[in-house]
Design a protein around this ligand. Sequence first.
Ligand SMILES: [Zn+2]
Length: 128
Amino acid sequence: MPRPMKRRRVCCLPESSRFGPLDSQTNAGCIVNMTIDEYETIRLIDLEGYTQEECARQMNVARTTVQGIYNCARKKVAESLVNGKDLLIKGGEYRLCEGKEERCRCGDCWKHRCGRAQVRNKDNNSEM
Ligand SMILES: [Zn+2]
């Protein structure tokens, strides 16, 4: 029986889920799908300056796992940049951090929640 995959903790969903070249109409249909957990490693390591060890702790997985996710994520970014493909960020084996979790030190899990668009729809009056 296969071991159930450990869900990776993600503290921050992307503000946008789709990126791509703005000056080209020729890439229709060329999409690179990045998962949310891959996105999180890019955010933590490349943007926040975490080491892979720190990133692994933050996401609650083994360092070797993070290494694999991160390599995969980088490759997809490169593929999008170099080959002019759209980057679509969605899916993956992750669970969203609820904030104030044990060992979570992001401190702003809720600040950057993507679902913000959905929150706005649900709660239109207070946000505007
Ligand atoms: Zn968090």
